[in-house]
Design a protein around this ligand. Sequence first.
Ligand code: F6P
Length: 365
Amino acid sequence: MPNIRRIAVSTGGGDCPGLNAVIRAVVKTATNVYGWKVLGIETGFDGLLGRGGARVRPLTAASVRGILPQGGTILGTSNRGNPFAMPDENGLTVDRSREIIARLEELEVDAVVSIGGDGSMRIAEQMMQLGVGMVGVPKTIDNDLAATDVTFGYDSALHVATEAIDRLHTTAESHHRVMVVEVMGRNAGWIGLEAGIAGGADVILIPEIPYRLEEVVNALVRRARAGGKFSIVVVSEGATQQGGEQVYQEATLGSHGSSALRLGGICNNLAQQIADACGAETRATVLGHLQRGGSPSPFDRVLGTRFGAAAVHLVARGGLGRMVALRGTEIVDVSIPEAIAEPKLVNPSGELVQAGRSVGVSFGA
Ligand code: F6P
């Protein structure tokens, strides 16, 4: 067993419900089971640099009391805090990884539990290569990490999206309208597909199945002719028309330091196109960050707790460079390079899509 006395924990990338459940489990397991000290790094890795007033603070049982049902992260997070490509005040990116590593050494940190999505896992892998002991915990509402059956945060986002579709259903029915609702998920259609199926959507448009507007309109017209007085269209923010491009707000600095698109906005265009094509009264709703906020679902609290505890046990076993994951009913661990090798996307001809088609959902293709 490695000689561990102090670990640090950080949350990076976009937040999601369940981060606090993981932090709590890390702190409680490390202190109760192993008697280690835990440091919380604020705002991704910014706390190690004192950037923007962020700092490193001790986390004890008292610091994590009552946080299990809280959304967000008590440590704060950043998706512009890649140590290898940090934006400076002139808008240039600088490599500050050496400073971060020196600070971790100064604080006598033996291992870092990094809670994040694919971007954070890539950073963890780079830090490992520079000699920092890292263990990963997979988070994201997008559920797009291939190494785990599910990331925590996804279930909570799915609940929000499904409830929103249920609510849109009743008002759509009252007014005989077509409601178009845009959900998050980046390049993965999991939220759109599962919330769409759970909410009984008539049309579901996801990035993995580029759509044709004509098909979408045909599906809505067919439904109206069959007596349907309203329709629900769920569109993932990353969906595209066949031969078209993703709709985005801006090109930002991604977590790997490269350019990344901040997706969003497809919903309004699509609602207008539908209204123009079939004359239906149409309204657009963008769920946006509502999907990332609020209290985690029971599933995410439990998964976050299991992941946090497992990450600490992994450190104790010397499993540095690995990420905890859910496979079936078991928590396992996988190498971080394996975890980030490829994204987990919806299989366009898989059983879930087929089930949707079987119950009459149009995917616009
Ligand atoms: O990766 C999580 C996510 O919520 C995506 O679904 C979405 O595209 C993106 O983050 C939004 O990022 P931001 O919080 O920077 O707007």
